[in-house]
Design a protein around this ligand. Structure first.
Ligand code: ADP
Ligand code: MG
Length: 616
């Protein structure tokens, strides 16, 4: 048989390599920005159209390229950055594979203009799908401009795979933030569809963080500085009370390169131990400097993962330096016998609405009274009082249809007929049909056996359906606030709020102003307590950020889900008989009672058969 192995033509090899290097417009942004940094630029401009799908252009004032280099830069494995394998161990540039430009040119329309300082004229090269279309002499300023148009024009499958502009722009912005944070001494600007998104002058690190994340950030930052033989740490952590529900403000840079390291992240979490509310994440912007010989950044094609020679030591140093900073700036409670303990402890509870722990003693309880039922009745009355507060959650959300219960045939409730109690008592009323188990489940009986409801998931379902109804029928009622709420957000959070503003307004929110770094809220949906507004919005932003919704995501659906999540009764909340019953009835009045809005089982049933089996 004849030989069958052939070398792939360059353009095919490039397309395959592109699959690794370029996943989305943000990947192009990263590669081009890094090339500009490697070229020693002091000012870098990023211009985008349609989240980079139709145009990503990066203009720098770096050292530019000679005519020959300009042409060579598009060849695969063409790089000026390493010459031998040894160079890999002392990298101080971002790029080194010589793959990016070749890969990008394989899957887009690329135009490169470049000029070196001492040359009179520059070079312009146009390449489309690895094919050089033209190469000319041009008048162009010192530096390089690369524009990448119509990404994936020749791979429709990849192009269709791209998410909505909102999502892609978020990825691009993340990438821009990472690069800009790693290089505060370089000026960056970013434009999208003609509008300026960021303008970041060359400055120090703190100011760069503030310019990106908003003026409010300044007061949040606690400096971290530590220099040891193996590792230098510098940067900031956020004060615990400013911790966020998202991990969007967590940045590690190793030798000026953004990296993800769950292990080091753990070290920070450990330093914050005991200072954060459940479900909150610390904010950090930390630069680690290590000997390039002790790291391997080559293990991942997009190079955000990193391998350290001595992870354990780094972990320990990082943890203790962050802890030290938190302690030094009096963030962490320190052992101080003179100070008033009351002043220290509630630091991270500052923003939490106060909840006084209560011990309720039923004074009327008399263990020697003949009827055991009396105290129970007392108890019930007291619970009725708290009900008013509880039901406020439902105002405006109240579902009308208890009759839907009748349509629900899978679960039939046990008839009202009372079975004689063995503990006969005349006073047991009203009859208790539900029980709460571990402040998590509501247990009830049905004809066929037992019903166990997850209180949190069930309540999410109930709220979700009601909210969705409001949002889609646009009949939400607003509760005017006496004093407008002014809530601060980062610029990228504001972008998300703006995007959802009309849906939020349908839901009952009223904004009198949406500024660059804050919003002023004059009205909230009925049923959303004022104290919860920030949490609701933060949760929403976090959901939008984390769910990475695709093209056909519906803002109202997301909003309903997110609000349901924030406002629902949580595990650990004890519920009185009425509350339990209310959940049970409302759940089965829902269209889809069996799953939560995020598709988790809301209830299970345990048939008498199953129970009987257990007794055999
Ligand atoms: P790498 O960055 O890994 O070397 P690239 O494909 O990104 O590979 O770039 C190839 C080469 O083109 C670089 O090594 C560099 O010499 C040159 N180059 C790319 N972009 C620029 C730029 N903005 N300014 C100057 N030279 C550049
Ligand atoms: Mg590069």
């Amino acid at each position: 048989m004849s030989d069958i192995i052939q070398l792939l033509p360059d353009h095919v090899a490039n397309q395959i390599a592109a699959g690794e290097v370029v996943q989305r417009p943000a990947s192009v942004v990263k590669e081009l920005l890094e090339n500009s940094i490697d070229a020693g630029a002091l000012e870098i401009k990023l211009i985008l159209k349609e989240a980079g799908k139709t145009l990503v252009q990066v203009i720098d004032d770096g050292k530019g390229m000679s005519v020959t280099d300009a042409r060579l830069s598009f060849e695969r494995h063409a790089t000026s950055k390493i010459r031998s394998a040894e160079d890999l161990f002392k990298l101080n540039t971002k790029g080194f594979r010589g793959e990016a430009l070749a890969s990008i040119a394989a899957i887009a329309h690329v135009e490169l203009k470049t000029k070196q300082e001492n040359d009179e004229l520059g070079t312009c090269i146009v390449i489309e799908g690895s094919e050089v279309k033209s190469q000319n002499v041009v008048v162009t300023p010192k530096g390089t401009s690369v524009s990448v148009k119509n990404l994936f024009f020749n791979i429709p499958a990849r192009r269709n795979f791209l998410k909505s502009n909102t999502v892609e722009l978020r990825h691009v912005t993340d990438e821009f933030h990472r690069v800009a944070l790693a290089h505060p001494n370089i000026a960056f600007s970013m434009f999208h569809n003609g509008g300026e998104q960021f303008s970041l002058p060359a400055t120090n690190y703190r100011q760069r963080v503030v310019n990106i994340f908003g003026t409010k950030t300044n007061e949040k930052l606690v400096p971290v500085e530590e220099a040891t033989e193996v590792l230098t740490v510098s940067g900031f952590v956020g004060k615990p009370e400013f911790s966020k529900k998202t991990k969007s403000e967590q940045f590690f840079f190793v030798n000026n390169r953004f990296v993800k390291s769950p292990y080091l992240n753990h070290a920070i979490n450990a330093a914050f131990e005991g200072l954060l509310k459940d479900g909150y994440h610390p904010t950090y912007f930390l630069n680690l400097t290590v000997d390039p010989q002790t790291i391997d950044i080559n293990i991942h094609p997009t190079k955000t993962e990193i391998k350290f020679d001595d992870e354990h030591t780094l972990y320990a140093i990082l943890r203790s330096s962050v802890k030290h900073s938190l302690g030094q700036f009096n963030i962490a409670p320190v052992l101080d016998f003179d100070s008033d303990a009351n002043l220290d402890t509630p630091y991270n509870y500052k923003n939490k609405s106060g909840k006084t722990p209560t011990i309720t003693v039923d004074s009327s309880f008399n263990p020697f009274a003949s009827s055991g039922a009396a105290p129970q009745k007392q108890n019930y009355n007291r619970q009725l009082k708290t009900q008013a507060h509880w039901e406020s959650l439902y105002v405006g959300l109240e579902s009308k249809s208890n009759d839907a219960l009748n349509n629900f045939d899978e679960v039939t409730f046990e008839s009202e007929a009372k079975t004689e109690s063995i503990f006969k008592s005349s006073e047991v009323s009203p009859e208790k049909t539900t029980y709460q188990l571990r402040q998590k489940y509501i247990v009830s009986t049905i004809k066929s056996g037992m019903l166990i409801i997850d209180q949190n998931r069930a309540h999410q379902r109930i709220l979700y359906e009601n909210l969705l109804k409001q949002l889609t029928s646009k009949e939400a009622t607003t509760q005017q606030l006496l004093f407008p709420l002014n809530i601060s957000f980062s610029t990228s959070d504001i972008a998300i709020i703006k995007q959802l503003q009309s849906d939020l307004e349908f839901a009952g929110f009223q904004f009198s102003d949406v500024k660059d770094e804050s919003v002023i809220i004059t009205g909230v949906p009925v049923g959303v307590p004022e104290s919860e507004v920030t949490i609701v919005l933060e949760q929403l932003i976090s959901d939008v950020e984390n769910d990475v919704p695709d093209q056909n995501f519906s803002a109202s659906d997301l909003l309903a889900k997110s609000m349901a999540k924030s406002l629902s009764i949580k595990t650990g909340q004890s519920l009185n008989a009425d509350e339990q019953e209310h959940i049970l009835n409302s759940l089965f009045a829902c269209k889809e009672p069996s799953v939560s809005p995020t598709n988790k089982t809301t209830f299970i049933t345990l048939g008498v058969d199953d129970i009987e089996k257990k007794f055999m």
